[in-house]
Design a protein around this ligand. Structure first.
Ligand code: NAD
Length: 494
């Protein structure tokens, strides 16, 4: 079915770039096709966003908030459609789309509707004695946002909501593999009363649409979520124009199990944390470090649980784990597992393409690996598939050192009944989020963002406003004195 894959100035339209085919990863079937965006469409979208900026930025926070509450209400009304589209386009089970992606997005929208009225800053006061200082938080202008394919709807929400709540306008480029829910999200914005041009969607490849968006002089800031490699390139391009950049990049979350942990909780948490979204989650548990007395039993329990995970059609509510995003990505995951095997690691479970799922889909079995070396590729590099590597440790010092021993720093978890151990882990593990006795849950009120090669800046929460606003200091003389004593430091003319 041919569809319009662009949303510019409040209306769907066709792109001017190369044709795109949108595939259902679980079956290989085409969902839609249409023309992708290129530099001409970037021009049109940035122009629409610039035109919309003055009016949107001038509205009161209360006015923006009312419209965003209506946006949240419409999303709630359209939740079923959103979940079905997200599940089909991203290859994720309908249960995950209905109970995680969509409610999370609605909650984010409602949160930022409220947060729009709570921009904060230092109190106005006479800090010099002779002046009143006050703070203005001002929107930046047009934000160019670029999103990945793993959580298309939530990533669109995380990028768009704080930006527009603060009075900016946005041109979002979703992944060319998964644009469908972003288009619905933008349509709901306009139906709710967000003025045309405030939210624009450009469906296109990184080269044809992403690069020109980052380069465009009308874009004030680039907000990017994706891999560390592409993020590095985006940051380098943006640096040329001294544009503000926000980077949410890859992850390689450690999952540290101390010998006083609740073993059942840790094993269940590891399976859920590693297999969520078929492991295509930047915070997924990928490296479990287990203190030696618990190691064998932990591996056994995780293997038993993995055996019970049901792979199947994504529209079936009984399906636990869906497809990877594409066969090309599955080949990459499988290649990493194969190289681990060749270098001496043991594949305890999985590591193969299942035999009962559609051949044209991109399914991969839940995979459990032991015996890998800390400095091997499978432990150091992002896999982005349903693969958990388990390694033993002896002392608490060693656990912290191993947890910190990758280039990434997005998320981590520590499992123990001992408060001093968990407190130490939360202090010493260098990651943007450290869970204690859990792994994965997120809330709209709390920030998400990385350390090290996982990037910088925060999505979600009021902290996101730090990315999407400029802080202006306004300093007003209150003395009405022409000859100010401080002038004499500079000159002493009569
Ligand atoms: P990717 O880096 O390949 O692509 C991300 C986006 O960048 C896509 O929209 C792509 O079209 C675009 N792009 C590619 N080249 C570009 C260029 N030269 N200029 C501008 N845009 C360009 O990532 P992906 O494979 O879509 O997603 C998976 C990655 O995303 C993983 O590394 C994962 O960890 C990361 N991720 C991070 C977070 C986080 O919050 N830190 C969240 C989700 C996903």
């Amino acid at each position: 079915m041919t569809v319009e894959l662009q949303f510019i100035g409040g209306a769907s339209c066709s792109g001017s770039g190369a044709p795109l085919s949108i595939i259902e990863p679980a079956t290989g079937a085409e969902i839609a096709s249409g023309a992708g965006a290129n530099a001409a469409d970037v021009e049109a979208a940035v122009s629409a966003a610039r035109d919309a900026f003055g009016d949107w930025a001038a509205r009161t926070p209360g006015a923006r908030s009312d419209i965003m509450h209506e946006w949240a209400r419409l999303l709630r009304e359209r939740a079923g459609e959103l979940a079905a589209v997200e599940s089909a386009n991203a290859g994720k089970p309908i249960r995950l789309a209905s109970e995680f992606d969509v409610p999370g997005t609605i909650d984010n929208t409602a949160f930022f509707a409220g947060a729009a009225r709570h921009l904060e800053g230092k109190a106005s006061a006479e800090y010099s004695g002779d002046h009143t200082s006050s703070i203005r938080r001002e929107p930046l202008g047009v934000i160019g946002s670029i999103a990945p394919w793993n959580y298309p709807l939530q990533m669109a929400a995380w990028k768009i909501l704080p930006a527009v709540a603060a009075g900016n306008t946005v041109v979002l480029k979703p992944s060319e593999l998964t644009p469908m829910s972003s288009l619905l999200f933008a349509r709901a914005a306009v139906d709710a009363g967000v003025p045309p041009g405030v939210v624009n969607i450009l469906t296109g490849t990184g080269g044809e649409a992403g690069q020109p968006l980052v380069e465009h002089p009308g874009v004030a800031m680039v907000s990017f979520t994706g891999s560390t490699g592409v993020g590095r390139r985006v940051a380098a391009t943006a640096a040329g124009a001294v544009k503000r950049v926000h980077l949410e990049l890859g992850g390689k979350a450690p999952f540290v199990v101390f010998d006083d942990a609740d073993l059942e909780a840790a094993a269940r948490g590891a399976v859920a944390g590693a297999l969520i979204n078929a492991g295509q989650d930047c915070t997924a548990a990928t490296r479990a470090y287990v203190q030696r007395p618990l190691f064998e039993e932990f591996v056994g329990r995780v293997a038993d649980l993995m055996d019970q995970v049901r792979l199947g059609p994504v529209s079936d509510p009984e399906t636990d784990m869906g497809s990877l995003i594409s066969r090309a990505h599955r080949d990459k995951v499988m290649g990493m597992v194969e190289r681990a095997r060749e270098s001496g690691a043991k594949i305890v479970r999985g590591g193969r393409i299942p035999d009962h799922t559609p051949e044209a889909g991109a399914y991969f079995e839940p995979t459990l690996i032991t015996g890998a070396a800390q400095h091997s590729e499978i432990v150091q590099q992002e896999i982005f598939g349903p693969v958990l590597v388990v390694l033993p440790f002896d002392t608490d010092d060693e656990a912290i050192e191993l947890a910190n021993d990758t280039p990434y720093g997005l998320a981590a978890s520590a499992w123990s009944r001992g408060v001093y151990r968990t407190q130490r882990a939360s202090r010493e593990i260098r990651a943007g989020c450290v869970w204690i006795n859990d792994h994965i849950p997120i809330v709209s009120e709390m920030p998400h963002g990385g350390y090290k090669s996982s990037g910088f800046g925060k999505d979600m929460s009021a902290y996101a406003f730090d990315e999407y606003t400029n802080i202006k200091h306004v300093m007003s003389d209150i003395t009405a004195v022409a000859r100010k004593p401080w002038h004499e430091v500079i000159f002493r003319a009569e």
